[in-house]
Ligand binder design. Structure first.
Ligand SMILES: *Cc1c(COP(=O)(O)O)cnc(C)c1O
Length: 360
């Protein structure tokens, strides 16, 4: 029996996409073999590669001045590659820290070059994002890095800061393509696919050509953004099946009506669960401040660990899985990415109300 999958990542995928992949698994478009068995130099794969790139840019409304790179190593590899490609001796990069993933990005860049913390929300326990006045940028940073949605704390930027001439870079692993935003403000965006747009194995990097031109040439070939751009993400063997799935998911987002439609759907879903928190008279304690609540990862606590354990067990018994908070912070986290159905969120909200009545 299918369950409601609230896992943080790898995460739920659109049912129609899984069915499509199943239906063509053994024989891809009449070729008598699986896409899993095909050369990445075949015209079939080249079409998938091209389609994923075109769809990704179309969904974000971007033109020829942006490149889409389909890479491997996850967002964690991007933490290092970003610094490796752009931090030269004598330069530095600014980081805004709104949670655990921002911390990781910062620490990795620190191993490679000089960094400056433009703002950190650590003291408040990562419940919100900084205001413009709280951002203290260095004089000429090579780039300004932020995490659009902190997956572990459930903190999301509602609107992005103005960075002026400074190239803005974002880790959007857990909210990419979940809502419309002005992507032209960003010089580089990266996202592991396995939260919102596909299976694990492929990492999407969107990069402005002008910024790419400034990347260092002297990094190892396979770690150079320029290599992947020059070779249209086909420098070496790509994760063929993951890119194929990514392309199907992008097609599914198009079929729903694009980012405006998906954002409405996501806001309605998140609204149900936040309402259950807000109407519980303190039985559930939301982690994020209201203005920075994530539409993707809803984080909350109950009075004590025993009650949280009971909550998770009872939810699991009703087919709602993956609700335990990240092992570093505990509590409860409902990850409600693009592909999770409205009904799953309605069921969870109802379960929360009943559980609160019973134990409150
Ligand atoms: C999951 C996640 C990562 C790490 O992704 P990997 O693909 O496992 O390296 C980084 N940043 C954010 C925001 C994430 O949600």
């Amino acid at each position: 029996m299918p369950v409601s999958n609230f896992n943080a990542g790898p995460a739920v995928l659109p049912r129609v996409v899984l069915e499509r992949a199943q239906s063509e698994l053994l024989d891809y478009q009449g070729r008598g073999m699986s896409i899993l068995e095909m050369s990445h130099r075949s015209k079939e794969y080249e079409a998938i590669n091209k389609s994923a790139e075109t769809r990704f840019k179309a969904l974000l409304g971007l033109g020829d001045d942006y490149r889409v790179l389909l890479m491997q190593g996850g967002a964690s590899a991007q933490f290092a590659l970003l610094a490796l490609n752009f931090l030269r001796p004598g330069t530095l990069a600014d980081y805004v820290i709104t949670g655990s993933w921002g911390e990781k990005a910062l620490e990795e860049a620190r191993r490679i070059g000089e960094v400056h913390v433009a703002a950190t929300m650590a003291e408040g326990g990562y419940r919100t994002v900084p205001s413009a006045a709280e951002l203290h940028l260095s004089e000429h940073p090579t780039y300004l890095h932020l995490t659009s949605n902190e997956t572990i704390q459930g903190v999301q930027w509602a609107a992005f800061p103005e960075s002026g001439e400074i190239p803005l870079v974002a880790d959007m692993s857990s909210d990419i393509l979940s809502r419309p935003f002005d992507a032209t403000k960003f010089s580089l965006i990266y996202a592991g696919a396995q939260k919102n747009i596909g299976p694990a194995g492929v990492t999407v990097v969107l990069i402005q050509q002008h910024f790419l031109d400034q990347a260092r040439a002297e990094v190892p070939t396979i770690f150079s953004y320029k290599t992947h751009a020059k070779n249209n993400s086909l420098y070496n063997t790509p994760p063929v099946f993951a890119v194929y799935m990514l392309d199907l998911v992008l097609g599914w987002i198009e079929s729903l009506g694009g980012l405006t439609a998906i954002a409405e759907r996501n806001a309605a879903k998140a609204g149900l669960i936040y309402a259950a928190i807000d109407q519980s008279n303190g039985f559930y304690q939301g982690h994020a401040e209201t203005s920075a609540r994530s539409q993707m990862n809803v984080t909350f606590r109950l009075a004590d660990q025993a009650l949280e354990k009971a909550f998770l067990a009872e939810a699991q018994g009703q087919g709602m899985v993956g609700l335990a908070g990240h092992r570093s912070v505990g509590g409860v986290r409902a990850s409600i990415y693009n592909a999770l159905e409205h009904e799953a969120c309605a069921d969870l909200a109802q379960f929360m109300s009943l559980f609160a009545q019973k134990h409150g």
